[in-house]
Ligand binder design. Structure first.
Ligand SMILES: [Zn+2]
Length: 251
């Protein structure tokens, strides 16, 4: 059974966002990094050497480079997450307790993007204007899968998207009907942000090295509790990395 990262949160109705709000979030930063990457490749005098470096030293970077724009988004989040895991901090120490080679396990992971899967935020109405929301899954992996396993990313989930259509659910009749758009979040991080992406990748690494228990895309809230556990140890380093990203993009 694959573990999935799913947000399960209570949020007021007035946090709904307009369609298209997510389009420009962090785009300047991504463009800058892509431009820098292209420039770096152009400046390498012998393309054969560049290809060799990609495939021998970091074959995953080569795989992501072949996955288009979303591959570039994953590559940036992967580098940021790897930087946390390869540094001495509370987050990397917590992962090393489960697997001393956690950083190397993370570096070996492959990625695949799930397309065309319906991505809805389900809202279980409580009859008093509130009730829980269950967000579409962001990522999935296999519990204790270890090195060279694969992280699946949902193209309609909060790794890539800032908002999603809502389906209102009546908990008595199980009837469903559309309810506009709503923001996607991973804990306190907005969807389609560096913080959401790094948190997602650390959560999946937690499953892959057995740091956190298996969970699922259900209403039981275990996925969100696993995310809280990841953030208890890693929030400081995630925020510092995400803030650095925002700072650089604003210069
Ligand atoms: Zn999970």
């Amino acid at each position: 059974m694959p573990g999935r990262i799913t947000s399960f949160v209570f949020v007021p109705e007035d946090r709904c966002t307009r369609k298209g709000d997510h389009r420009t979030l962090f785009a300047p930063r991504i463009k800058a990094i892509v431009a820098a990457a292209v420039l770096t490749i152009l400046l390498v005098p012998r393309p054969a050497c560049a290809q060799s470096t990609f495939t021998v030293d970091d074959p995953i970077a080569s795989e992501l480079a072949a996955m288009g724009k979303r591959g570039q988004v994953i590559a940036i989040a992967r580098e940021q997450t790897l930087a946390i895991l390869q540094s001495e901090n509370a987050c990397s120490a917590w992962f090393r307790e489960a697997d001393p080679d956690s950083a190397e396990v993370f570096r070996s992971l492959h990625y695949e993007i799930t397309e065309h899967e319906p991505a809805f935020i389900f809202h279980m109405k409580d009859g008093q204007g509130g009730g829980p929301f269950k967000h579409p899954w962001a990522a999935r992996s296999t519990q204790n899968a270890g090195q060279n396993s694969t992280v699946g990313l949902n193209s309609g989930g909060p790794f890539f998207s800032a908002s999603s259509p809502v389906l209102e659910v009546d908990n008595k009749t199980t009837m469903q009907w559309p309810g506009g758009l709503h923001r996607l979040v991973i804990a306190s991080f907005l969807g389609n942000s560096p913080g959401a992406r790094i948190t997602t990748l650390l959560h999946e690494l937690g499953h892959i090295v057995g740091r956190i228990p298996e969970d699922s895309d259900s209403w039981d809230g275990l996925s969100s509790r696993n995310t809280e556990e990841v953030l208890r140890h890693c929030k400081h380093d995630i925020r510092a990395t995400a803030a650095e990203t925002t700072y650089r993009s604003s210069r």
